[in-house]
Ligand binder design. Sequence first.
Ligand code: FAD
Ligand code: UDP
Length: 371
Amino acid sequence: MHFDFAIVGAGYAGSVLAERLASQSGKKVLLIDKRPHIGGNAYDYYNEDGILIHLYGPHIFHTNSPDVFAYLSQFTEWRPYEHRVLASVDGKLLPIPINLDTVNKLYGYNFTSEELEEYFKTVGEQVDKIRTSEDVVVSQVGRDLYEKFFRGYTRKQWGLDPSELDKMVTSRIPTRTNRDDRYFTDQYQYMPLHGYTKMFEKMLDNPNIQLMLSTDFREVKETLSYDQLIYTGPVDEYFDHCFGKLPYRSLRFEHKTVDTEQYQPVAVVNYPNDNAYTRITEYKYLTGQEHPKTSITFEYPQAEGDPYYPIPKPENAELYQRYKQLADQQPNVHFVGRLGTYRYYNMDQVVAQALTLYKKLIGAESLEDVV
Ligand code: FAD
Ligand code: UDP
């Protein structure tokens, strides 16, 4: 059978494009994924105890984009959820991002917001040009808070010192002098009411979309007939690593269900300095599910395994640029998504990137016109 588009990867990037092309442009789409399910890394499912968990670690939806939110709202109802995280430091569970309560509770101070601003000015280190993930934090909160909250976590998560990583990694976490203990401040903070997988099922429920799961594109590509290809897998793999491997960071997830109603005080507890895992997630906070037991996930960072995180550092950005040049020269092949464009993107950014590609493919003027 002939398709207008073959799309590799049924995560956000591939599914948004499949949905738009099939439902708005009437295109025949073949959507391929090597995994046995849709949703990519956002896939969730009910485990054997009947608790909704995220197979590839905690996914919390947040965005400032009205277009992205309006687009996804066609496929799901939402549950308001504001994410809160505690970090286990010096035997205490303290709010992260660092805020007024974090500092007061850690050191036993009684600062006001103004006093904390002054304090940060005295302990913050002078850095002429903020380049690295160390620079970002030491310039804002000084060395001691950096060591306690960021250095160990980052070394564990990335296998690199923060001084070796681009500033964008720790810039994801703000510093606050007020008492706002939310992890995100985006305008839209919601979880899909019935889970991510249900939302993806609704997106892909279209007779113009043929799904081919448990299929590696590399094994079937010679047998397929299509006009254009959209590729959301790792860009270096598409080109058989011809310039060398692009580094990705992986994780091992240890999922457990415990026979207690609540395991920890918030959805996520970070462990910057102790243990081999970085964080523990308890899903019932995210989903609002009521159940006498509770399911949790431990994340153990590792070098080998599924490619979860592009690693933001200058050498990797240079290597990616070589692949990008090659990618730009491929007629009728489009690279998109976290792996296809080697970008440390959140879900909403990938949706926006996919809608932008759709806009380009159909020659629309603005994102508003395509959602
Ligand atoms: P993916 O979801 O990775 O989809 C790519 C798909 O391509 C995969 O399903 C893969 O199997 C398939 N594929 C690859 N190669 C082939 C091939 N050769 N043949 C067939 N199929 C192939 N974002 C947030 O906004 N909030 C969060 O809280 C959040 N938490 C995260 C936690 C973790 C642990 C991780 C790893 C990521 C998190 N993210 C979060 C980021 C989010 O997962 C991504 O932004 C999003 O899922 C990327 O979508 P994608 O379609 O680009 O890639
Ligand atoms: N980070 C840290 N300590 C923390 C939380 C985050 O050092 O308690 C750093 C770490 O380098 C991490 C990055 O900030 O990889 C981004 O954190 P985020 O929670 O956004 O990571 P993700 O959810 O994408 O894994």
